[in-house]
Design a binder for this molecule. Sequence first.
Ligand SMILES: NC(=O)c1ccc[n+]([C@@H]2O[C@H](COP(=O)([O-])OP(=O)(O)OC[C@H]3O[C@@H](n4cnc5c(N)ncnc54)[C@H](OP(=O)(O)O)[C@@H]3O)[C@@H](O)[C@H]2O)c1
Length: 271
Amino acid sequence: MYSYPYLPFPIMQRLSLSTTKKLNNGIEIPILGLGVWQMARGQETEEAVRRALEVGYRHIDTAKLYRNEESVGKAVLESPLPREDVFITTKLWSTDAFDVEGAFATSLQKLGLGYVDLYLIHWPVPLFGNRVWKQLERLYDQKLVRAIGVSNYNVSQLKELLAFANVPPAVNQVEFNAFNHYREMLDYCTAHQIALEAYSPLTRGTQLDDERLVKIGMHYGKNPAHVLLRWVIEKGAIAIPKSSNAQRIGENADIFDFELTKEDTFTLDNL
Ligand SMILES: NC(=O)c1ccc[n+]([C@@H]2O[C@H](COP(=O)([O-])OP(=O)(O)OC[C@H]3O[C@@H](n4cnc5c(N)ncnc54)[C@H](OP(=O)(O)O)[C@@H]3O)[C@@H](O)[C@H]2O)c1
């Protein structure tokens, strides 16, 4: 049985871009991934994924909604890496809740990678009761996907899901950053062995000029993006920053050679 947040600092120092977290079914997910929301299908997505893989990322987060699954798959297939070295997440969009099998088959075909590592319900679909989750469980039982989970669920929705799930969700992907410190979710996920995946870990770029971040970063010779990403990782969450800029994709992975002091963590916890 694993438990992950609030790792002692000596363990923190050993984190790296290849560090993974064990999900509740034993599957390993890299703690830093590249998010590809709002990247145009084709050259932009392909170049970003290619760059990320070259830098050492082994985790890409896409979705049917992002319309770039083909480009993600193409970049992975064209890379020299074996398929199993790259962790791929995609998501079921709400309008497909009536045909989960069909939507999954389309995503799988667009990715062209044979299987999906993590398939998420992108947004809660309460009108469909537990039917959608049951269909994800079927995909999991058929070994078409290595882990299943949800996104944008609140605590009461997770409780409902856990009450009927045969396969508990491995992940809840939610907005989580130092300006949106969703403590209740982190605590609930930790207590129930659901990994928290932090989307918009960089606040979509909106808070990167914040003076407090700049000042904290100066302690370590790091920039505000590094500070925000390191804070997520030190919470035991998984971070999936998006960048389509080659330099920033590289920079965002440069968060494994420092650790936040207790004082800086306290400041960030309470922004
Ligand atoms: N499940 C969901 O409902 C959901 C919702 C939102 C997002 N997500 C996932 O989470 C991923 C990340 O979240 P996000 O895209 O909302 O926002 P984010 O990662 O917090 O921020 C991305 C923005 O920050 C900029 N940026 C990246 N690195 C930077 C750096 N080092 N310095 C300055 N600016 C930087 C990017 O611009 P450049 O590209 O120009 O670098 C982009 O504008 C998404 O791509 C998606 O995979 C999931």
